[in-house]
Design a protein around this ligand. Structure first.
Ligand code: ADP
Ligand code: MG
Length: 736
């Protein structure tokens, strides 16, 4: 997988941008619960009153509060307020309609100052409530807190003389108690503040609505930003993933194009196709998920932990517990399912192999009547795969309810612990709700782990298979300083002591083969199947490099010229004729795009193909299906011959190209060919003696060695192998 990392390089800015956007998404996801908690705590429970210290209060109020402060707190509070004189009252008449006396308003303060005065005011309020509790009879203690909100401020102010006469000790101990609980401080402050507001005629209902609307609007905006970020991340990740996949496909394709036959022999065609499609798809998916989930999970998880701990550090053990249980579950499930996942990949390979074999060899299977056997083979592989898949899915299915159980258990635990904390006023309802959401976010980020565990190894295998193709050293490459063919002796081909062995074979396919084929002459190669005829053709085209000896064209070693130049010089009709999908015309013009129609007609006539082409309703525009399956074997051979001729090459190699022709067509074609190619070097590989009888030079090949050479006449006398072949094919008269 590391080997493919360099293909991410062109997309680094995209990835960076995506991660940046992920942070935006995470920040919005992590802030929403916070705002929700504000709506519950401040908006609903505190009637939209945010601060413990009021924006305004009556003079009696100030006096009341001052009773319960330390000197320092008193200074802080007094410094933060200024008295509104009767003349200025008008400006405030809308905000505080009931104010008939001069009253205090809060000055414009900095954030730190606001916090300070809130604390001071809250502490004083809490002290007051504590004192009130002390004063009320024991049976009534519980109700003291709730009753303060219902008694009017007037009543409280009436208690001022009583409060003033309280011993210092009482206030001091109430103050100490107030310092212990800061949630209590805030709550008491807000309770009194609400009383002061009521007294001044502030519309608390409107205040509440406007606060909830404000926060609601923030939440909407944040959700919108988060949503946009999510969409953009999705867009970017798809772009990156498909871009990488496109580049990889291009690279693999280009690489395979450069493969010599040796490399093609090692990778099967089907495997190369799978690597170019399915394997790259796996990598593409991993990149997409990688950006969207794998990068996001840790951001959300860590962010969630920070936020949750901020909300309530004392409940962190719940997070630790939940994560530990969840990780344990994931580990167990993975330990069971992981080996099976690897197995699945292997089983899919096997199933592919069997189906590929059966599809390509369907006719053979049918002709031998072995459908039942093949069906059993397929069934076995199929049911193996099904069973393993089912097993893995059962394990995965089991995981879902377990995770739900853990999540619901955790929720229950948070409510249980949180409710106790709320009961003793050390936590607010909104905070508990937010905490619940943070813990869910943390758990979700851990749930993404198994997804990664499944995808990464799978993609790693695929990446390895792709890298294998990309890193294959092509055995046949162009020379550093390529030579060019000389113009003089056009088309002379010479094998000098050539020995060659196929990769992995334990015998030489060719053994010290030497011969020379000259322009204007036909050199025929004859020999039993497996004697090495096709191998000679492949070596001349440099599909493989020789192991020993050398091949020269026009006196230049073919390893010293560019492959393109070499192959441009040779027209080749392979033994297994291959036509490409398209039309007859597109196939013929494959070697020479700009060929004139006249030329095409002339050459197809030489190749004895014109007649059947013209018989077709669409003539040269007749379509050729993939692999050329809609023309007969003989027609295909003639089209392949014509295609080779179109190039007008110096050297022509026909590898058994006449085998599917009837004797008459064979002889007419050879005659036409002889006239048409009078200057070229022609090499004809054949099985039929009649096909090559008139060749200037005949090479008899047996088990990779040349066992005879000469003309037909000479060979009949000197070469027993040739005589044997000839006598089996020709009549007594012809032999004589
Ligand atoms: P011919 O064309 O005369 O029938 P070939 O040149 O195709 O014979 O094959 C010569 C020998 O090389 C045979 O024994 C064959 O089994 C072997 N051979 C051919 N192609 C390959 C290959 N790609 N890998 C390994 N051995 C091969
Ligand atoms: Mg052959």
């Amino acid at each position: 997988m590391v080997k493919l990392a360099k293909y991410l390089k062109p997309f680094l800015t995209g990835i960076f941008l995506a991660i940046l956007l992920l942070f935006v998404q995470a920040i919005s996801d992590l802030n929403l619960p916070n705002y929700m908690s504000d709506i519950v705590n401040v908006g609903i429970q505190q009637n939209g009153v945010e601060h413990a210290a009021p924006d305004a209060m009556s003079q009696e109020g100030m006096k009341l509060i001052s009773t319960f402060t330390t000197d320092h707190e008193k200074q802080t509070i007094e410094a933060s307020y200024s008295l509104v004189s009767p003349s200025d009252k008008k400006a405030y008449s809308e905000k505080y309609p009931k104010a008939d006396q001069p009253f205090y308003v809060k000055r414009v303060l900095s954030k730190a100052e606001t916090e300070k005065v809130d604390t001071a005011f809250g502490t004083a309020s809490s002290t007051f409530i504590n004192v009130l509790r002390e004063l009320s009879p024991p049976s009534d203690k519980k109700g003291a807190e709730s009753s303060t909100s219902s008694i009017s401020m007037k009543e409280i102010y009436g208690m001022q003389p009583l409060l003033d006469s309280l011993p210092e000790e009482t206030i001091k101990s109430a103050h100490d108690k107030a310092l212990e609980n800061d949630v209590m401080q805030k709550q008491s402050g807000i309770m009194l503040t609400k009383g002061f507001y009521d007294e001044l005629g502030v519309d608390l209902g409107a205040k509440q609505t406007s606060y909830i609307m404000k926060i609601g609007f923030y939440m909407l905006a944040i959700a919108l930003v988060g949503g946009i970020a999510t969409v953009l991340v999705g867009l970017l990740s798809s772009k990156i993933a498909t871009g990488v996949a496109r580049n990889l496909r291009k690279q693999v394709f280009t690489k395979v194009e450069s493969f010599s036959k040796k490399e093609l022999d090692t990778f099967s065609t089907a495997s190369l196709i799978t690597r170019c499609t399915n394997d790259i798809q796996q990598v593409q998916q991993l990149i997409m998920m990688g950006v969207r989930m794998i990068c996001y999970a840790p951001i959300l998880g860590i962010g969630g932990i920070i936020m949750a701990v901020n909300k309530s550090a004392s409940m962190s053990w719940i997070i630790a517990l939940a994560v530990a249980i969840l990780l344990g579950l994931i580990l167990i499930v993975m330990a069971i399912a992981m080996p099976k996942f690897k197995l699945i990949q292997k089983l899919i390979d096997k199933l592919n192999l069997i189906s590929r074999e059966n599809l390509s060899g369907l006719m053979v299977v049918r002709s031998f009547g072995t459908q039942e056997h093949e069906k059993e083979r397929f069934d076995l592989a199929n049911s193996d795969l099904t069973r393993t898949n089912l097993f893995v899915n059962r394990v995965m299915v089991f995981m879902m309810p377990m995770m739900m159980l853990i999540m619901n258990g955790v929720t229950l635990l948070i409510v249980w612990v949180g409710a106790h904390k709320i009961a003793d006023s050390s936590m607010q309802v909104g905070d508990m709700m937010a905490y619940m959401q943070y813990v869910m976010q943390i758990l979700f980020s851990f749930i993404m782990l198994p997804v990664m565990f499944i995808m990464i190894p799978r993609a790693a295998v695929s990446a390895g298979r792709i890298a294998e193709v990309l890193e294959t050293k092509v055995s046949i490459t162009d020379p550093g300083k390529p030579k060019s063919f000389s113009e003089k002796n056009k088309g002379q081909l010479e094998f000098k002591n050539v020995s060659f062995r196929y990769e992995g074979a334990n015998e030489d396919a060719l053994h010290e083969v030497s011969f020379q084929a000259n322009p204007g002459q036909t050199t025929a190669i004859i020999g039993p199947t497996g004697s090495g005829k096709t191998t000679i053709a492949s070596l001349a085209l440099r599909f493989y490099d020789v192991n020993e000896g050398a091949i020269f064209i026009d006196g230049v070693d073919i390893r010293d010229v560019k492959q393109a130049e070499l192959r441009a010089k040779i027209g080749y009709a392979p033994q297994k004729g291959v036509l490409l999908s398209g039309t007859i015309e597109s196939n013929l013009k494959y070697g020479k795009k700009d060929a004139a129609d006249e030329e095409m007609k002339e050459i197809t006539e030489v190749a004895q193909a014109l007649e059947f082409i013209l018989e077709k309703p669409e003539k040269f525009a007749s379509s050729i299906s993939q692999g050329g399956t809609n023309v007969s074997g003989g027609q295909k051979q003639r089209l392949t011959i014509a295609r080779a001729l179109m190039k007008k090459p110096d050297i022509l190699i026909f590898d058994d190209s006449f085998s599917a022709l009837d004797f008459k067509t064979d002889s007419i074609l050879r005659k036409a060919l002889k006239e048409h190619t009078s200057n070229a070097t022609v090499i004809i590989v054949a099985q039929r003696v009649s096909t090559i009888m008139n060749a200037e030079q005949i090479l008899v090949l047996d088990k990779g060695r040349i066992v005879g050479r000469g003309t037909h006449r000479e060979l009949l006398e000197t070469c027993p192998e040739y005589f044997e072949i000839a006598s089996s094919q020709l009549s007594k008269e012809e032999l004589a």
